[in-house]
Ligand binder design. Structure first.
Ligand code: ADP
Ligand code: MG
Length: 706
């Protein structure tokens, strides 16, 4: 078992083996430091999900502290994922002063298992009034503890869940863990049908590719928009953007490579198995992809990837932009969440394989995914929605806001044959009827790639591409696990019912898959997701199109979704409503900050620059027609800016009511368009003004980081 808790995922290469997971309290380390009975008890918790035995907590805590102090840690923290989408920590010292002027080192089992950070500063969506601000963090023994280093020391980070004192989830980890259980329960029952009784556990596996931009810190510091909002609120498109497409897989500049090497080194020591790196489509854009892991650990590691990228960039005089759309007119950033289902023996249930029996299993799970995506397209849309991702989804560059599945020609053909019955009912060697002759073994990573699909089958996993680059992957994974668990349970139930009525298993299985695929194949689309035809066709197929975040947040608490999350014990109605409230709040706040920053930049930076330039031009007025027409143009754009700015100012004074929901609507309907008008005028002025007077670095300067 490797440190990532997933047996078959990693074989660290020799080069990194010394560093790899050196800052992680791996299972091996723990085993060596614990007595056999204590280790056995802990192992039962980690592997089989047994409740943690509090009697062993002190012993485990001591082992953890000893290990951490050997690594130079002086503090520990419960590390958790509040609904901000970031991580939070509250550091406490191992060393406690005593009354006689001495100090003792202490870390008890109670401190390991439970913490009590002040919960009042984290969003709760109404689950916790400030007068009952108590919130608890609870140790997640299934994700290994690790050391975070800073220039003056190190801290032991203990992954934890975060809940209100009434036990309601205030974080992203709790529902994720619950959804892992839901998926495990459903898949284990299904596997029994297939005679796969030796499996101990089923988990979802995740590898999340992270796209990001790098800009020089010196430039970023002069851009209040980048510093305040993570994206540029002004900026004319440079003459050379990604048109030449020379950046994609192009050679990586030395400074960037140095940065990447350090990121890799740090992530290796944290046990994060990052693997590939290359330039992305847009200039200044790059990507890190890890090797997949157990979803809960992958989600923790994904937070670390974002943290390490951000912190390391600073040390290299760079700023890492995780925003979905830092530059208008230039490709945005996503986070492709590669997702599959696997047994504890490392058998990938979405691996088509080349033997029929595996194919049948595969077709069962694949059909479950197709059904899930069709039935719950609204949820998949909602779980990736945010003010920032709205700039990406629906634009002609990223997966569209319509959820569909790309299966590829070969797999579509397999399903078509299944439905038409053309695969024949002939049995080959007593197997399931889908013999190799009719069910071609799919080559791994079967040829075609379709970057326009929000949800694509890519050989032996699904790639959920609509996820935003700045987002926590936990909620998208939670949704995937839950909706697929529901479908697996439903298919299993249907097959069991038929079998009870004496239909042979093979026939029942095929009938159920056929019927399910026929009912839900409207969600399968292998064509160009950006095209207008698809928008039309999707409408004809009756697929939901939730263009904006607000529309999709509204769907989150529909009767269907409340029922789904409650039935699988992933989120109660109250928890779901709280999440919706937080999403509305975050949407409103982020647009509001952008709008005020836009107003501020226009008034205090752009107008003064334009005034200076107009002054210079006016001094030369009458000297040439070019000067005079420049004066006219600059004055016209400046007036356009003024008018738009007045409008924005008015809209910024409005709040849109008291409810988070109505505030969001105001942001969408009134504030965003007003911002766009200010920007348009501002960008025009950027292209008219004396470059030396322009108060901010331009795209042209920022985008080609070397
Ligand atoms: P690409 O998509 O660029 O061709 P790969 O297919 O090798 O590259 O993998 C892309 C991402 O998918 C990686 O992060 C990888 O770890 C992840 N991945 C591969 N197999 C699985 C799986 N079974 N479950 C989850 N993620 C996976
Ligand atoms: Mg990819």
């Amino acid at each position: 078992m490797s440190s990532n808790g997933f047996a078959t995922t990693i074989s660290a290469s020799d080069v990194v083996s010394d560093v790899y997971a050196s800052d992680v309290l791996t299972m091996d380390q723990l085993r060596q430091r614990l007595s056999r009975p204590v280790w056995k008890s802990l192992h039962e918790t980690i592997e089989k999900g047994k409740a943690i035995d509090s009697a062993i907590a002190d012993t485990v805590a001591l082992a953890m502290k000893t290990w951490a102090t050997e690594q130079g840690a002086t503090h520990f923290t419960h590390w958790f994922q509040p609904l901000t989408g970031l991580t939070a920590e509250k550091h406490e010292s191992f060393v406690v002063p005593t009354s006689d002027g001495q100090a003792i080192s202490q870390f008890s089992g109670r401190e390991l298992i439970q913490g009590e950070p002040d919960a009042s500063s984290f969003p709760s969506g109404g689950l916790r009034a400030t007068f009952e601000a108590r919130g608890y963090t609870a140790w997640d023994p299934t994700s290994p503890a690790f050391i975070m280093r800073h220039d003056n020391g190190a801290t032991l980070c203990i992954p934890t869940a975060f809940a209100s004192w009434t036990g309601e989830a205030l974080d992203h980890k709790t529902p994720l863990l619950r959804s892992m259980e839901a998926l495990n329960d459903a898949a284990m029952k299904a596997l029994v049908l297939f005679g796969e009784t030796h499996v101990g556990k089923v988990v979802s596996t995740v590898g999340a590719e992270q796209e990001y931009f790098l800009v020089d810190e010196a430039f970023a510091r002069q851009r209040p928009d980048l510093l305040m909002t993570g994206r540029t609120l002004f900026g004319a498109k440079p003459p050379r953007g990604q048109e030449l497409e020379d950046h994609y897989f192009g050679s990586i500049p030395n400074r960037i490579l140095t940065f990447m090497t350090e990121v890799e080194h740090q992530l290796y020591s944290l046990g994060v198995p990052v693997r590939t790196r290359h330039n992305e489509v847009a200039p200044g854009q790059f990507e890190f992809a890890p090797i997949f892991e157990h979803a809960n650990i992958a989600a923790d590691h994904q937070q670390l990837v974002m943290q390490v990228l951000t912190n390391t960039a600073k040390r290299h005089g760079l700023v890492c932009l995780l925003h979905e759309k830092p530059f208008a007119g230039i490709n945005g950033s996503g986070k492709h969440v590669n997702w599959s289902i696997s047994t504890d023996h490392g058998m990938n249930l979405l691996e088509p394989g080349d033997t029929p029996i595996e194919n049948m299993l595969f077709l069962f799970f694949c059909t479950a995914v197709i059904r899930a995506v069709d039935k719950h397209a609204d949820l998949l849309r909602a779980c990736v929605a945010s003010a920032s991702n709205d700039h990406r989804l629906g634009a002609q560059e990223a997966p569209p806001a319509i959820m569909s599945i790309f299966l590829g020609d070969e797999l579509s053909d397999v399903f078509d044959r299944l439905v038409s019955g053309k695969e024949g009912s002939r049995k080959s060697a007593g197997l399931l009827g889908l013999g190799t002759a009719v069910l071609p073994p799919l080559p791994l990573h079967s040829g075609d790639r379709n970057r326009t699909s929000p949800f694509a089958f890519t050989g032996n996993k699904f790639e959920f591409r609509a996820v935003g680059s700045s987002q926590s992957v936990s909620f998208p994974i939670t949704v995937l696990n839950t909706i697929v668990a529901e479908s697996i349970a439903e298919l299993t139930r249907a097959i069991e019912t038929a079998v009870k009525k004496r239909t042979p298993f093979e026939t029942a299985l095929r009938d159920v898959l056929k019927a399910t695929y026929s009912e839900h194949c409207r969600v399968v689309y292998n064509g160009d997701g950006y095209s207008d035809e698809w928008h039309k066709e999707a409408q004809e197929r009756g697929l939901p199109m939730l263009r904006t975040s607000i529309e999709s947040f509204e769907q989150l608490v529909s009767t269907k979704n409340v029922k789904l999350f409650s039935a699988f014990n992933v989120l109660s109605k109250r928890e779901l409503e709280a999440r919706q409230e937080v999403l509305f709040e975050q949407y409103f706040k982020s647009v509001n900050i952008e709008a005020e920053t836009t107003e501020w930049i226009a008034q205090t930076m752009i107008i003064p620059a334009v005034a200076s330039y107009l002054g210079t031009l006016k001094a030369a007025s009458g000297m040439s027609q070019t000067i005079d027409s420049s004066i006219a143009r600059v004055a016209a754009s400046s007036d356009a800016l003024g008018t738009a700015l007045d409008e924005l100012r008015t809209q910024n004074r409005e709040l849109g009511g008291n409810e988070a929901h109505s505030k969001c609507k105001h942001m969408y309907k009134n504030v965003l368009p007003a911002m766009a008008r200010v920007r348009r005028a501002g960008d025009e002025l950027e292209q008219l003004c004396d470059h030396k007077l322009w108060p901010m670095p331009t795209y042209r300067e920022m985008l080609f980081v070397k």
